[in-house]
Design a protein around this ligand. Structure first.
Ligand SMILES: [Zn+2]
Length: 314
């Protein structure tokens, strides 16, 4: 009798083991039917993770109409598309050879016009792709620094601008502009420099509570001048200066920016050995999450002004 009783208990325990999760599921579905919506943590588990950590997630944006910053993979060069509330801006355009890549990307994003085009400094890997963009697109304000050079690419850029009967707006420190609900302010170049890289236009874009610092190829001298000028450098995202070269991203500058995320725009297997390992170590030591266009291809960061969401093309 005792044995039979024990077997019955075991069966009851098995039944209970199966029934309990079923009852729990029933309660959840009853709750869902009653409210007509899923509880927030069931709708998108990443949402609650995101709000808990303020972290960066690899998922579709919740509201793509806000701000998106596209670090377009143009090999060894810089090209950044910023879209905010239907307004668009391009910072640099990669080399002349990458013109097609840039225009294809803009087409893919459905972009017809650019409110702003910024050429950070007159090196081919920054202004090259801008020549055809200025020819082919409706552009608003074209911002360049005062530095000039004699290269064919630079001459082509000036010709494209004059052919479209556009003016150059010189980059002036503290000048600020609106892009949809975002605004950006120019922080550099503070003065003249012998090295064209240091003449790079540096600008900080802010959307609600989040900000991005774009540095072109600004290097140590320009970084020091911005620090000495007590420029408002703090930003959530840093476009790492000069493709991760050892000439930029000094420790003091990095400490002042203190970003959560960093993006290095650099070519796969480039002959310069970029990014420099000291720079990547500096970023790692600060616990900064790093994206690289040589590894991640085009990197897109989207923000509603609170959270920042990252996508990689891969
Ligand atoms: Zn460059």
């Amino acid at each position: 009798m005792a044995g039979k009783k024990r077997r019955l208990n075991k069966r009851q325990r098995r039944l209970l083991f199966i029934a309990l999760p079923l009852v729990a599921l029933f309660i959840i579905f009853a709750n869902v039917c009653d409210k007509g919506v899923l509880p927030a943590w069931l709708q998108n588990p990443l949402d609650s993770a995101n709000s808990a950590t303020g972290g960066l997630l690899y998922t579709q944006p919740q509201n793509s109409k806000d701000l998106s910053v596209h670090f377009i993979d143009v090999g060894q060069g810089d090209c950044i598309l910023i879209c905010c509330n239907g307004k668009n801006m391009l910072i640099d355009g990669g080399t002349p050879q990458e013109s097609g890549t840039v225009e294809n990307y803009l087409r893919g994003q459905g972009i017809k016009s650019l409110e702003y085009v910024v050429g950070t400094h007159p090196h081919d890997d920054h202004i090259g792709g801008l020549v055809s963009v200025i020819k082919d697109y409706d552009t608003g304000t074209i911002i360049l620094n005062d530095a000039i050079t004699t290269t064919q690419t630079y001459e082509n850029l000036l010709k494209a601008i004059s052919d479209k009967k556009k003016q150059i707006t010189p980059a002036r420190v503290n000048d600020s502009y609106r892009l949809g609900g975002a605004q950006f302010v120019i922080l550099a170049p503070i003065r003249d420099y012998d090295d064209l890289n240091n003449t790079s236009v540096v600008l900080k874009l802010t959307y609600k509570n989040r900000s991005f610092l774009f540095t072109g190829d600004a290097s140590e001298e320009s970084e020091k001048d911005m620090l000495d000028a007590k420029s408002d450098l703090g930003a959530d995202v840093l476009k790492v200066g000069h493709h991760g070269s050892a000439t930029a991203t000094t420790q003091d500058f990095l400490d002042a920016v203190n970003p959560q995320y960093a993006v290095i725009s650099v070519g796969r297997g480039n002959s310069y050995g970029l990014p420099n390992t000291e720079v990547t170590q500096r970023l790692e030591d600060k616990g900064i999450e790093v994206f690289r266009t040589d590894i991640d291809k085009t990197v897109v960061l989207e923000s509603d002004g609170q959270n920042i969401i990252g996508k990689e093309e891969k």
